[in-house]
Unconditional design. Structure first.
Ligand SMILES: Nc1nc2c(c(=O)[nH]1)N=C([C@H](O)[C@H](O)COP(=O)(O)OP(=O)(O)OP(=O)(O)O)CN2
Ligand SMILES: [Zn+2]
Length: 160
C-alpha cells in the first residue's frame, strides 16, 4: 500500500530437535542456532511529538513481544512433536521442552511463529526462519489460515 514501510527485527535462539522418520541425518537428535527475521509493515506514525513519530512500530516493542511470545520458550529447549523417544527422559530429568505438537521442520516452525505473532496483534508482514546458514523458510502473514497453520498435530501441545 502507498506510504507503507517494512521494518525487520532479528532474533536468535538455540534449540534441539529430532525429526523422527527422516531418511537422513536429521533423524538424529541435533541442534541449531535459529535466526528469526520478523518483518512488520505499516505506515510510519505521523503524530507530531509522539514518542513513535516516524516509526511503523518501536523496535523495542517488537523485541518485548517476540521475546515473551516465542524466544523465552524456544531458547535452549528441546522442540518436541511429542513422538520423540528422548522426550520421556527429558521430562523425567526436568530439562526444558517446548511441546509444539507438530513435526519441527523449519517450514512448520515458521508457520507456527507467524501465527503466534499474528495473534499477538503485531502488524506482521512475514517471518523468515533460518535453520542453518544455508536453509530457511518464509511465511507471509496473509498465507496463514484463519484457524491456524495447516500442519498435522500429534497429540497435544503446551502452546497457549
Ligand atoms: N525442507 C526441509 N528439509 C530439511 C529440514 C527442514 O526443516 N525442512 N530439516 C533438516 C534438518 O533438521 C537440518 O536442518 C539439516 O538441514 P541441512 O540444510 O541439510 O543442513 P546441513 O548442515 O547439512 O547444511 P549444509 O549447509 O548443506 O551443510 C533437513 N532437511
Ligand atoms: Zn534440524
Amino acid at each position: 500500500m502507498l506510504g507503507e514501510v517494512t521494518v525487520c527485527k532479528i532474533f536468535t535462539f538455540d534449540s534441539a530437535h529430532q525429526l523422527v522418520g527422516h531418511k537422513g541425518k536429521c533423524s538424529n537428535l541435533h541442534g541449531h542456532t535459529y535466526k528469526l527475521e520478523v518483518m512488520l509493515k505499516g505506515k510510519p506514525l505521523t503524530e507530531p511529538g509522539h514518542s513513535d513519530e516516524g516509526f511503523v512500530i518501536d523496535f523495542s516493542d517488537i523485541k518485548a513481544t517476540v521475546q515473551q511470545q516465542l524466544v523465552d520458550r524456544l531458547d535452549h529447549a528441546f522442540l518436541a512433536m511429542g513422538n520423540e523417544p528422548v522426550l520421556e527422559t527429558l521430562n523425567q530429568t526436568g530439562s526444558k521442552v517446548a511441546l509444539l505438537g507438530f513435526r519441527t521442520t523449519v517450514e512448520n516452525m515458521s508457520a507456527y511463529i507467524a501465527h503466534r505473532l499474528k495473534l499477538a496483534d503485531l502488524p506482521l508482514y512475514s517471518v523468515k526462519l533460518w535453520e542453518t546458514p544455508t536453509s530457511w523458510a518464509e511465511v507471509l502473514a496473509s498465507d496463514i489460515p484463519e484457524d491456524g497453520p495447516a500442519y498435522r498435530i500429534h497429540g497435544g501441545c503446551d502452546c497457549e
